[in-house]
Design a protein around this ligand. Structure first.
Ligand code: FAD
Length: 391
């Protein structure tokens, strides 16, 4: 097989890149290890920044999002038994976010690719990337029991944190930066209308909790737990009781309970690999960087990477100039490190570290009060949360 752009991974990054290339008339093939049902049902992110919404709309993938997504104009920070609303539009010149699950973004992009685009092969596992320092890199992959080769002009690794693409960058060139947190999130999906109109980020002496939602009928909630937690140790009643305790607030707010339909534990990690390009191999999304989910940045960073990359590939195909491809890694890493910092800030301000002292806890509260009381501090949070414009 031969194509112009070989894309490893059919998550949000790979699928949006394929869509952008389809629209630009650039040939591509997407290789996805899992089957279609698996990638469409994998529960992950749910908050789209303004720039992500704009990017999906601009490539014709925003129709269902605009119909079914929930536009949010703020979040609540809850601490010391009180809620403090951060109003995004007034702090950011009108920006907001959209609650629309990653599963739905993936379904929309898969449907568009299959209806209007180039090949998207499910159950196609890339096993190696070779020749990235030549003009003819290739991807070796397994599909339908056969060993196959895809020859490309460029290879894009959109294969997530556990992917193989980045091994195409020699170890002598690759640098990795990492921080692992001593806690994770126990996340649940529950068939119950959300108990709030906007997300609640709760700091409590018992640990962090987040109230999010998927639809007006489905709630998504998270509890900070030790990273080695077995979800089976958390029967439903225990989860609801703990959520109740962490969201406790003065006044008559009540947490609605309902049947829990999914339960899983996600570890928390900050991780960046540099550079994001080597020869004819480019990395995008979780293949190059991971953030803890507290700032809702993972999916949005993946989308931002491929928007920058699609523009650079289009420029290269139409002019022959590699200027934008050469700038790709530096351009993305600037945004990536901003998001890494914000995600680290949100995580460490809101979670209780097992080793933290009473003094550390007081500093966290001082920081949260500052955000609640100061327009400057709230603006800093709002600008980062709604996302730095793509430019
Ligand atoms: C459990 C979990 C919960 C999360 N929750 C949140 C959240 O609440 N908020 C938030 O903002 N972010 C969250 N994230 C992060 C967010 O989901 C990711 O940042 C986002 O999925 C990145 O998209 P991506 O396309 O780069 O990678 P992925 O979505 O990981 O997609 C990579 C794709 O590559 C495929 N693949 C891997 N290896 C190969 C191979 N060898 N050959 C072919 N295909 C391959 C995989 O099957 C996958 O489909 C979460 C992540 C996880 C893991």
């Amino acid at each position: 097989m031969r194509t112009t752009v070989g894309i490893i991974g059919g998550g949000p990054a790979g699928l949006l890149l394929a869509r952008l290339l389809d629209r630009a008339g650039i040939e591509s093939v997407v290789l996805e290890h899992r089957d279609r049902a698996y990638v469409e049902q994998r529960q992950r992110a749910g908050i789209l920044e303004q720039g992500t919404m704009d990017a999906l709309r601009a490539c014709g993938a925003g129709e269902r999002m605009d119909r079914e997504g929930l536009v949010h104009h703020g979040i609540e920070l809850r601490f010391d038994r009180r809620g403090h609303r951060i109003d995004f539009p007034s702090l950011t010149g009108g920006r907001g976010v959209m609650v629309y699950a990653q599963t739905e973004v993936v379904k929309d992009l898969v449907a568009l690719r299959l209806a209007e685009g180039g090949p998207l092969l499910f159950e196609a596992e890339a096993v190696a990337v070779e020749g990235t320092e030549t003009g003819e890199p290739l991807i070796r992959f397994r599909h339908e029991g056969r060993e196959e080769t895809l020859s490309c002009e460029v290879v894009i690794g959109c294969d997530g944190f556990h992917g193989i693409a980045r091994q195409g960058i020699p170890r002598s060139v690759r640098r990795t930066y990492e921080r692992v947190y001593p806690y994770g999130w126990l996340g649940i999906l529950a068939d119950v209308p959300p108990s709030c109109e906007e997300l609640i980020y709760a700091h409590s002496p018992r640990g962090f909790a987040l109230h999010s939602m998927r639809t007006p009928e489905i709630s998504r909630l998270y509890l900070q737990v030790p990273s080695d937690t077995d979800p089976d140790d958390w029967p439903d009643e225990r989860i609801w009781d703990e959520l109740d305790a962490r969201f406790a607030v003065d006044g008559d707010w009540e947490l609605r309970r309902g049947p829990i339909t999914q339960k899983s534990v996600t570890p928390m990690r900050s991780w960046v690999t540099e550079p994001m390009r080597h020869g004819r191999l480019f990395l995008a999304g979780d293949a190059a960087h991971i953030v803890p989910p507290t700032g809702a940045k993972g999916l949005n960073l993946a989308i931002a990477d491929v928007c920058v990359l699609a523009r650079a590939l289009e420029h290269w195909r139409s002019t022959g100039s590699e200027d934008l491809l050469d700038a790709y890694s530096d351009t993305c890493l600037r945004r990536v490190w901003r998001a890494e910092h914000f995600s680290y800030f949100m995580t460490t301000a809101l979670h209780t570290d097992p080793g933290q002292s009473a003094f550390d806890g007081k500093l966290q509260l001082a920081q949260l009060h500052r955000i609640a009381d100061s327009t400057a501090a709230a603006t800093e949070l709002a600008e980062n949360y709604t996302g730095i414009p793509l430019g």
